[in-house]
Design a protein around this ligand. Structure first.
Ligand SMILES: NC(=O)C1=CN([C@@H]2O[C@H](COP(=O)(O)OP(=O)(O)OC[C@H]3O[C@@H](n4cnc5c(N)ncnc54)[C@H](OP(=O)(O)O)[C@@H]3O)[C@@H](O)[C@H]2O)C=CC1
Ligand SMILES: O=C1O[C@H](COP(=O)(O)O)[C@@H](O)[C@H](O)[C@H]1O
Length: 500
């Protein structure tokens, strides 16, 4: 639907690296409305033409597809305008409104206005209030607010923020970005589970032994120490992305479900998540911080020696958790979740380990459980690990893999999917307030335990798979697919080969 896209933070890193390229790729895929106006905002005065040059540069540098048709690229860039705005200055919003209206008239656009807040979270509230007060929000069409993370830093601050935002926008008008929900494989989970009878039949606690969700990163704190040192893996990744992945894999959807069904089912998962008990928290949660190590043969400093990090920082750069969903489907199936920085490999994946009901077939240690591996990034793919007979080793079991990988260049990026969905008013893959609130409620005892010093940080070497305590957390189970940490190392190697 034809619209105006107003981008707060248009001179920032996210706009440059993700948002402009996403808009361009949507344009190439004819997923942008027929007529649209894009207005970028930042504090500096920038001429429209110079802003268009910045957008052009960002697309040349970061777009997954090269510019091949100069004429249509010029048309695309022609849709961009710029207005200087300081979030706290009401007069800047009045000026913005004039520009928005002027472009609506020039392009004969309906008053459909999308406000994308790609700015620090401290500005969300004041911007929403000023949109309302200036009249920008008084449209004859629709208005929508897309906001970036983080949504609060604990339960109370999230509630406060939500209360303030909902004075200017209704819940239906608010699109809370969690870019993991925009990843193509995450958007594919429902189809994978529901449209494959083989998997659907096995999708219960009767056949599933455990579910493992990993998001390991090789990068350290990069240039974001100012933010990250007060956030840590718990707030930066776990409360939002990891719990969202858990909801997505654990919800039980009817076929052809609506956005409301998805959100209801996700809420139900969170409501069934067994709350953490104070006296058991250390047996369910492990927090870690990386120390000096080696990555790709090169020495790497520890977290406390990273630029901008306090030398005595007690911030977590790793978290592993064991969770239980107390509902009919998942009773008795542990969910293991871990995420961390400066780990051995970049990998976001979900592994489903199936039970071994035919124990009698297990003749020796070469037997491996069936695993369904859903790789979310950086490579996307699905692998099923099965047992076969190794003729050379005289009847030993040998793991074999059924897999498929999609070509990355063909896949839309998360931000493309999400902006496209928001422009159509489809909130399926955005975090509803209920989910955000319930996630913070679950995380709250961890924050408290950290404050009380009840969860000491476990050191792990940069370039490793995390602290030993994260392996001990699983008891008789094990994290699958980590080289060198698996009972049967051969499996890791064989799997790595299938991925190469
Ligand atoms: N960068 C990333 O990869 C990711 C970022 N995010 C989130 O996206 C948001 C933006 O991040 P990022 O782009 O990295 O941040 P940057 O610091 O790179 O950019 C911040 C933007 O905010 C603008 N800004 C700052 N102060 C004001 C003000 N007083 N009035 C108006 N505009 C202002 C800046 O404009 P100027 O200085 O020109 O005035 C700039 O455009 C944050 O919420 C972040 O948490 C989320 C996921 C990933
Ligand atoms: O939101 C964030 O995500 C990135 C990891 O995202 P991915 O798509 O590369 O898996 C993380 O590095 C960053 O700290 C966090 O803020």
């Amino acid at each position: 639907m034809d619209m105006t896209f107003v981008l707060f933070g248009a001179t920032g890193d996210l706009a440059k690296r993700k948002i402009f390229p996403a808009l361009y790729n949507l344009f190439l895929d004819q997923k942008m409305p027929e007529k649209f106006s894009i207005i970028g905002l930042g504090r500096r005065e920038i001429a429209h033409e110079d802003f268009q040059k910045q957008v052009e540069q960002s697309i040349h540098t970061f777009s997954r597809r090269a510019v091949t048709d100069q004429k249509s690229f010029k048309d695309f860039l022609g849709a961009f305008r710029y207005s200087a705005l300081d979030v706290g200055r009401p007069e800047d919003y009045v000026k913005l409104l004039e520009l928005v209206k002027q472009r609506e008239q020039e392009l004969n656009l309906p008053e459909n206005r999308m406000f994308y807040l790609s700015v620090g979270p401290e500005f969300f509230e004041v911007i929403a209030a000023n949109i309302q007060a200036s009249g920008l929000g008084a449209t004859k069409g629709w208005k929508r607010l897309i906001i970036e993370k983080p949504f609060g830093r604990d339960l109370q601050s999230a509630r406060d923020l939500n209360e303030k935002l909902t004075k200017s926008f209704t819940e239906e008008e608010i699109y809370r970005i969690d870019h993991y929900l925009g990843k193509p494989m995450v958007q594919n989970l429902e189809v994978l589970e529901n449209s494959n009878p083989v998997l659907h039949a096995l999708w219960t606690n009767r056949y599933i032994a455990n579910v493992q969700i990993t998001a390991s990163e090789t990068v350290g704190v990069e240039e974001r120490a100012g933010y990250y040192d007060h956030s840590g893996a718990l707030r930066d990744m776990f409360q939002n992305h990891m719990l969202q992945l858990m909801m997505m894999i654990a919800m039980q959807l009817p076929k052809e479900s609506s956005p409301e069904d998805v959100r209801n089912k996700k809420r139900m998962v969170m409501e069934s998540l067994r709350p953490l008990q104070e006296d058991q928290i250390s047996s369910q949660i492990v927090l870690g911080q990386y120390v000096a190590g080696e990555m790709n043969g090169q020495p790497v400093v520890g977290y406390k020696d990273e630029p901008g990090v306090a030398v005595d920082s007690q911030n977590n750069t790793f978290i592993a958790a064991k969770l239980w969903i107390d509902n009919y489907f998942w009773e008795g199936v542990p969910f293991y979740i871990r995420t961390g920085k400066r780990m051995k490999e970049k990998s976001t994946r979900i592994v489903i380990e199936f039970k071994e009901p035919l124990k009698s077939a297990k003749v020796d240690d070469s037997y491996v459980p069936n695993l369904l591996v859903i790789e979310i990034g950086p490579k996307e793919g699905i692998t099923l690990q099965l047992n076969s007979k190794d003729r050379v080793s005289d009847g030993q079991f040998e793991p074999v893999y059924v897999n498929c990988y999609s070509s990355l260049t063909e896949q839309p990026e998360a931000y493309e999917n999400l902006i496209y969905d928001a422009s159509r008013g489809d909130a399926t893959f955005f975090a509803h307030w209920n989910e955000v609130e319930l996630s913070w409620m679950w995380v709250e005892p961890i924050l408290k335990a950290v404050e009380q010093g009840k969860l000491p940080l476990q050191p792990y070497a940069a370039g490793s798979y995390g602290p030993q305590a994260a392996f001990d957390l699983l008891g008789d189970d094990q994290w699958w697919l980590d080289e060198g940490t698996i009972r049967k190392e051969k499996k890791g190697e064989a799997y790595a080969e299938t991925r190469a």
